[in-house]
Design a protein around this ligand. Structure first.
Ligand code: ADP
Length: 629
């Protein structure tokens, strides 16, 4: 099939690996090849139309924009053809011989480290063109790039190399011919192709035509049957679009294998005319936390303009995917122009509103799905609480937290309803993990009083809560900060205790020196002997870690060391100090208690070996005593 003019190229090593991965993990979903190839053709048609905005000749000379499918039963080939942008010699080599996209590249590197059979990950990667080898053992791609005169053919049986050579093709665009494996001939049947196209590719806004041969009286007539509606999905009336059609469209634009968790289809006809479809994915994509990627595609008057258009959504909605099609922006709109355009501001405002409404609906109508959404994207949405004053109130109703009540998520409204009558604040605690915060000594007295505590483990929570400050007139108070005031049951008793423990507190301060800002009697402890609390606006441990990890030079914030006056260890220590504060044992104990407090807030010990030694010595002493008794 290739001639002596053909150059032989080796696939980039990772392509071989990727091919193996695709074939081994998707063997039970072979039919996806068709939608992947149609999806590529659709993109190529959209790119052509975009180029024609600045080069109108391209469309004027060859106005046809379509996808054609034809099966040849004799040869055992299936050909998909489009009149899109096409590819030059070099583009063929780059696009079909390497892993060309930087996003794909980053993802592929990640994929190499995970379980090879993880379908959802491969799905997110968008197997694309290489899925052709699920059904074909040889593939030829002939392409004439828009505006070029010489076409080229790429061909390969996916065994390490591919051939590239000049070819004849007069029509702009690309044709992909699959030489089907002998057991995959079902893809030559009209009804199979019809079924697959209508099922997977009806969102395509250009005609997809199937070549149909009918034999009558020994005469064969050929017709081209259009298989799809060929209007942009968002231009249709919402009621007419099926769930499956939305899903396939979503998969086309995101390369996600799983259906989205929520969809919003809208049309605005106010001062601005625009329409669109937005999706909330079910799973976070691998690069979600990266600020850069925002998956909304911008169309202007049905022409695809740009991908990842982040000007149309606030940063805290960067997980939303979809399409927005404006009638008012100019076709030659650039990112710079978008940034300070009044049209953008209006679209952004409406789209934000629409998305929040959809999330509110999800939260009320489908708690389970909302919980899935929250686990995946809650951390991002919460940024909005701190960043976006305008939407703060609505966002406040959307946030969910874990709490000491049970292991479910709770809204602030529900927490508020459950608050005890004498409770004066919304209590929260923040640590490295929910489990760790939930075990934290700081919650002991709050729990004893029956006060529910919100458990947080996202560093962004501190920022959000500190900015919002209160909910329904109730302030947020951290169980870990010094401003937590739990009224002592007996004020006189407390004063007496403080006086009694003064020598101990002084001694502790002397031993710990610069490491703590203050030593005082605790109201928050019941079972633990001591804990460290944050000075008034100090950062919780995970936030401090994060700030330091991001390169911020920071002296560790000084903590307040609180001791539990009712604890037996503290009482013994008090007695020891009264007897002789200079006993070496006294400072040993204080050091050990301090290290324990550091550990329970997820901190790092300055000298872990010494801590271990002290614990061993203590255990040894107890063991010795037990053996004697
Ligand atoms: P993806 O579609 O995720 O980028 P593919 O492996 O499917 O990955 O395709 C790689 C690239 O090859 C595409 O990004 C596109 O540039 C090019 N390509 C594939 N099919 C076509 C086509 N029919 N017309 C023009 N370019 C194409």
């Amino acid at each position: 099939m290739s001639t002596e003019n053909a150059e032989t190229h080796r696939f980039e090593a990772d392509v071989n690996e990727l091919l193996r991965l695709v074939i081994n993990s998707l063997y039970s979903h072979k039919e996806i090849f068709l939608r992947e190839l149609v999806s590529n053709s659709f993109d190529a048609l959209e790119k052509l139309r975009f180029r024609a905005v600045s080069e109108p000749d391209l469309l004027a000379k060859e106005p046809t924009l379509e996808i054609r499918i034809q099966a040849d039963k004799e040869k055992g080939t299936l050909t998909l053809e489009d009149t899109g942008v096409g590819m030059t010699h070099d583009e063929l080599a780059k696009n079909l011989g390497t892993i060309a996209h930087s996003g794909s590249r980053a993802f592929f590197d990640k994929l190499k480290d995970v379980d090879r059979k993880d379908m959802t990950l491969i799905g997110q990667f968008g197997v694309g063109f290489y899925s052709a080898y699920l059904v074909a053992d040889h593939v030829e791609v002939t392409s004439l790039a828009a505006g070029e005169h010489q076409a080229h053919r790429w061909s390969s049986d996916a065994k390490e190399t591919y051939a590239l050579e000049p070819a004849r093709r007069v029509e702009r665009g690309t044709s992909v011919t699959l030489h089907l494996k002998s057991d995959q001939k079902q893809f030559l049947e009209d009804w199979t192709l019809r079924d697959l196209v209508t099922r997977y590719s009806d969102y395509v806004s250009h005609p997809i035509k199937l070549r149909v041969e009918t034999k009558k009286d020994n005469e064969t007539t050929v017709t081209w049957e259009t298989l799809n509606r060929a209007t942009a999905l968002w231009q249709r009336t919402p009621g007419e679009v099926t769930k499956e059609q939305y899903e396939e469209f979503y998969k086309h634009i995101t390369h996600d294998f799983e259906a989205p968790i929520a969809t919003a289809h809208f049309r605005f006809e106010g001062t601005q005319l625009f329409s669109g479809i937005l999706f909330v994915p079910r799973n976070p994509p691998f690069d979600l936390m990266m600020q850069s990627k925002r998956g909304v595609r911008l169309y202007v008057k049905r022409v695809f303009i740009m991908e990842d258009c982040d000007e149309l959504l606030p940063p805290w909605l960067r997980f939303v995917r979809g399409v927005i099609d404006s009638d008012d922006l100019p076709l030659n709109v650039s990112r710079e122009l978008l940034q300070d355009s009044a049209v953008t501001r209006i679209i952004k405002k409406q789209v934000t509103k629409k998305t929040l409404e959809r999330l509110e609906q999800l939260a009320t109508e489908s708690t389970d799905d909302y919980a899935v959404f929250w686990e995946a994207f809650g951390a991002i949405l919460k940024e909005g609480l701190a960043l976006d004053f305008e939407h703060r109130e609505r966002l406040t109703s959307l946030v969910r937290f874990r709490s000491t009540l049970d292991d479910k998520l709770t809204s602030l409204a529900d927490y508020r309803k459950r608050m005890k009558e004498d409770q004066k604040a919304i209590y929260y605690a923040l640590g490295d993990s929910i489990r760790m915060v939930s075990d934290s000594p700081h919650l002991e007295a709050l729990r004893k009083r029956g006060y529910e505590v919100l458990l947080m483990s996202d560093p962004v929570d501190e920022w959000a809560v500190d900015t919002v400050r209160e909910y329904d007139k109730m302030p947020f108070v951290s169980a870990m900060r010094s401003d937590l005031k739990i009224e002592p049951e007996d004020q006189a008793q407390r004063e007496a205790t403080t006086a009694q423990l003064k020598p101990l507190c002084d001694k502790v301060q002397q031993v710990l020196g610069e490491r703590v800002q203050e030593v005082r009697i605790s109201d928050r402890l019941t079972d633990s002997p001591c804990c460290l609390v944050l000075a008034e606006r100090g950062h919780h441990a995970p936030v401090e870690k994060l700030l330091r990890a991001s390169g911020r030079e920071m002296a560790p914030s000084k903590r307040i060391f609180e001791v539990n006056a009712t604890h037996a260890i503290v009482d013994s220590l008090r007695a020891l100090v009264e007897r002789n504060a200079d006993l070496p044992m006294v400072s040993e104990w204080i050091e050990t208690l301090y290290d324990q407090a550091v550990l329970s807030e997820g901190g790092k010990l300055e000298d872990p070996a010494r801590f271990a030694k002290r614990i061993t010595a203590l255990l040894q002493e107890v063991a010795g005593r037990q053996a004697k008794s």
